[in-house]
Design a protein around this ligand. Sequence first.
Ligand code: PLP
Length: 480
Amino acid sequence: LDSNTLKNESKMVVDFISDYYNNIEKYPVRSEVQPGYLSAKLPQSAPCCPESLEDILKDVSDSILPGLTHWQSPNFFAYFQANASNAGFVGEMLCSGLNIVGFSWISSPAATELESLVMDWMGKLLNLPSSFLFSGNGGGVLHGSTCEAIVCTLAAARDKVLKRMGWDKITKLVVYASDQTHATLHKGTKLVGIPSSNIRSLSTSFSSGFSLSPQTLQEAIENDIKSGFIPLFLCATVGTTACGAVDPIKELGEIAKKYNIWLHIDAAYAGSACICPEFRHYLNGVELADSVSMNPHKWLLTNMDCCCLWVKQPYSLIDSLTSDAEYLRNAATESNNVVDYKDWQIALSKRFRALKLWVVIRRHGLSNLMYHIRSDVKLAKWFESLVGNDKRFEIVVPRRFALVCFRLKPKNGIDGSKLNRQLLFAVNESGRAFMTHGVAGGVYFLRCAIGSTLTEERHVSELWKLIQEKAQTILANATT
Ligand code: PLP
């Protein structure tokens, strides 16, 4: 590591990335390579002697870029986007440039203190109750993903109950969520040792917009109690992955309180929208939750990775996740006056993600962050109106944020699923755009998730033309 080489080579990399962004629209959005393509292009063994950065960047151009799906393309409408911004990029540069490891306060005091500060900032931007903030005896931590946040909160909830009821009761613990909840909950439940058969994926339907019905929850809990199970954890979602549904937090929270169930709110995607007053109502009832998480790396201009988790009772988390080793002992920890983030997460080591989020919030300010959300929602509304005005199509689930769920209506007795699979295939094969699908209530639909930082009105307009063009051919050939 020497500073002159760092300066020269970083400049080369920054130039490379900046050229990439200049040309990003020229690449097929979804990679067109076949499995195993890379091993035919690159040596099978590591080099013995150092190689030049020029050679490496040439290989990135020739071999890596063709195998990328271009998440930052303005024509990327798949999954939920992974937002990038200049601020996110320079924040990430600072984070890896300083390359500290902030597992405990003493291992890098600024990393811990900035993380606590920025978590309070972010909590205030979302208008979370003060009980989730350090300033109100709660607190927040940055994880890499929602999955980690869920595993940690599940472990905290599990230990709180098992300490009281006995460790052999683990097979009796039950986790509740709707059938729209992200699969991460299932993974997390298994990881903390609760049998998968104890996850209640409660049915949702078109009539409720795919949100979890409080009555369905209440009945499931009562049934479980009658059968000798112990209700443990409820995961409610604000903005589900398939169709952007929102669970009624307040009503569900009241039930969770009644049965002493840990309520977690997964707002991975739509949490970002809740910085705007007009979307904040989706979090109403959050005061009844025990924990909340959202991913600024999805929709808040923060480069991967960054997931915010707030808890009301940090000690529940710490009790489950604390690790103790002689070499970690220090006076600051023993004073009990500091946060040691190693006890709030799975890993011991910790990146300085707070620096990135801090730069993102400062460089944009609340006003530009809100502008970013609102302009994506405006584009989504416009796309929704284009779909709505074409009689061949229908909106499948009412839009709430910047995700539009739509499909070609079934025609000539051909089921909608077949037509819409063909349509999605044709759109993605064109290389001009990339979308993914969802299924809710047994209906297969296309998802247009608007939110890539570079997406403008012209890209949405081109997407719609592409969809119409492909739909016309598919419908013309549609026979049973
Ligand atoms: N929860 C929701 C609602 C999501 O949409 C996603 C991913 O899209 C996840 C959880 C998983 O997030 P992560 O990849 O951060 O674990």
